[in-house]
Design a protein around this ligand. Structure first.
Ligand code: AMP
Length: 115
């Protein structure tokens, strides 16, 4: 846990978030500044800065994050039309919160390649 990390605080229930799902490994919650009609984040409870921090021991949790992303996408009715999973890694890619998170976006048409 990192004392200054906003996502650690969300995982610990110390600051509020619109939680969709949580278990002993991960937490999913709605993004506070949604970029699509449906936009939620999934984080590991373990403080990892980003994908560059992931080690073999984290593989199970990373896989679970992706599988839960699909489950929630189905529950929120964006799976059939299509949804996008994004992991911004470091600043030039747009990472602003230094706790690994996957974005799941859906409910609108998206451009490819992204801007
Ligand atoms: P990134 O720019 O990839 O690091 O994504 C960070 C995301 O976290 C942004 O989409 C923010 O809107 C979102 N965010 C920041 N603070 C909160 C919060 N307290 N609750 C929910 N989402 C947040």
């Amino acid at each position: 846990m990192s004392h200054e990390c906003i996502f650690c605080k969300i995982a610990e229930g110390k600051i509020p978030a619109k939680i969709i799902y949580q278990d002993t490994d991960i937490v999913a919650f709605h993004d506070i500044n949604p970029q699509a009609p449906v936009h939620f984040l999934i984080i590991p409870r373990k403080h990892l800065k980003n994908l560059l921090d992931v080690k073999d021991v984290d593989a199970y949790v990373l896989a679970k994050m992706l599988m839960v992303a699909s489950d929630i996408a189905g529950q929120l009715n964006i799976a059939n039309e299509g949804y996008r999973v994004v992991i911004n890694t470091n600043r030039q890619a747009g990472q602003s919160v230094d706790h690994l998170h996957i974005h799941v976006l859906g409910g609108r048409t998206m451009e490819w390649p992204p801007g």
